[in-house]
Design a protein around this ligand. Structure first.
Ligand code: HEM
Length: 144
């Protein structure tokens, strides 16, 4: 599925979810913390406001391809997260899986193959950037 199509589907789904469910941020973090003990420990000092700000940036990455690639916002954010905060690629996978699981559960019967494919496309796009970043930085900390 092309990015533009996936983005359109995801935007539509989020509009429905916002209308029917309201704020899904607490549900996403609840789900993430339930599967990632390390992630929960790392975010133990975060409050709902910080979680909300982080989720806003995650939405930005779901909505556009503008923040990928060398010198991009995501690269800068990965530097903070992986090198400074101590987040891992597994945490990214778990977090984004949690976002998709919450979207699916909120949409109920409306969730069809197209929705699943669209969300997966966006998540894979972000996770590819995480892998590329990790691969290009492998060994850097060992040599410091
Ligand atoms: C695509 C995914 C992600 C994006 C776009 C993102 C974005 C952000 C942003 C913008 C902030 C700063 C919020 C603020 O205080 O204004 C933040 C903070 C933080 N994020 Fe993420 N994040 C992502 C995934 C993760 C994951 C998977 C973890 C793992 C647990 C994580 C851990 C943290 C922590 C610990 C902080 C707080 C750092 C501090 O100020 O002490 N993030 N994130």
């Amino acid at each position: 599925m092309e990015s533009a199509v996936a983005i359109e589907v995801v935007l539509g789904d989020l509009a429905i979810i916002a209308e029917s469910q309201g704020d899904i941020v607490p549900l996403v973090y609840q789900r993430f913390f339930a599967v990632s003990e390390d992630g929960q420990a790392l975010m133990s000092h975060s409050d709902v406001h910080m979680q909300g700000r982080m989720f806003e940036q995650v939405l930005e990455l779901l909505f556009t391809d503008d923040h990928f690639g060398p010198g991009s916002y995501l690269e800068w954010e990965l530097e903070n997260h992986l090198n400074a905060y101590g987040a891992t690629s597994n945490m990214y996978q778990s977090f984004l899986d949690a976002v998709v699981a919450v979207a699916q559960s909120c949409l109920g019967d409306r969730w069809q193959t197209t929705n699943a494919e669209a969300w997966q496309q966006r998540v894979d796009r972000i996770l590819t950037e995480v892998s590329v970043y990790e691969a290009s930085n492998a060994g850097q900390s060992a040599s410091m």
